[in-house]
Ligand binder design. Structure first.
Ligand SMILES: [Zn+2]
Length: 219
């Protein structure tokens, strides 16, 4: 093989290796999760985006929001997304007795069942506060805690691009991203629309980088 041919061969091989490496990145799984919903405005917009982009996500619902918007909750289930429990009315579990924890979790479980969800119901505490009493409650009842690993502090309602940049900066394989499609204890219309738009942008940008969005139970 001449030097030139050898050089071309090596260049071709390197090109191919790069190509293969890029292709394999398409298997890198991450999960998009949404807390505090359902809401009557943001959640339907979000569901349309997820459907168009063929993405399944995980929704941690509040019991009182399911009571308010059962049809929206049903459409989350119907679309094939994973559903988790985020408590009934978003209390800080740090300050709850075991009885009240039990009430918050079981009432929300039955509301989740009432909108047709059949899978295992994982739990994520409001503010992600997991005091020892909550951990022992979950252990005793064989419940799975579903923590997030990455957020864009979208509850501060920053511009869409700020939320996206904060998340893209730290995303790694297996990241569990949390955004919010509603706000607890308030019913302001469009309060979380920036989060929904951030989800749209993140899906587009991260898919190009080879990430694949899956439900938490598929990570
Ligand atoms: Zn929350």
């Amino acid at each position: 093989m001449s030097v030139l041919k050898g050089g071309l061969f090596v260049a071709g091989l390197l090109f191919l290796m790069g190509f293969v490496a890029d292709e394999s990145k398409k298997g890198i799984k991450i999960a998009l999760t949404f807390d505090d919903g359902p809401s009557h405005f943001e959640t339907p917009v979000l569901l349309k985006i997820l459907k168009k982009k063929k993405v399944k996500a995980t929704f941690f619902l509040l019991g009182e929001h399911i009571e308010k918007y059962p049809e929206v909750a049903k459409s989350i289930v119907k679309a094939g997304h994973q559903v988790g429990n985020h408590g009934y009315n978003h209390p800080n579990f740090d300050s709850l007795s075991k009885d009240l924890m039990h009430y918050q979790i079981t009432k929300t479980d039955s509301l989740i069942r009432s909108v047709g969800y059949k899978g295992e119901i994982v739990f994520r505490a409001p503010y992600e506060q997991v005091p020892p009493t909550l951990q022992s409650y979950l252990d005793q009842n064989g419940r799975t805690y579903a923590a997030s690993t990455l957020n864009g502090r979208d509850w501060e309602v920053p511009p869409v691009t700020t939320i996206v940049k904060r998340i893209e900066k730290d995303v790694v394989p297996g990241s569990v991203i949390v955004l919010h499609d509603s706000a607890p204890k308030t019913d302001k219309v469009r309060e979380r629309i920036n989060s929904v738009e951030a989800a749209r942008m993140l899906i587009t940008n991260l898919k190009v980088k080879g990430y694949r969005f899956v439900r938490m139970d598929q990570l």
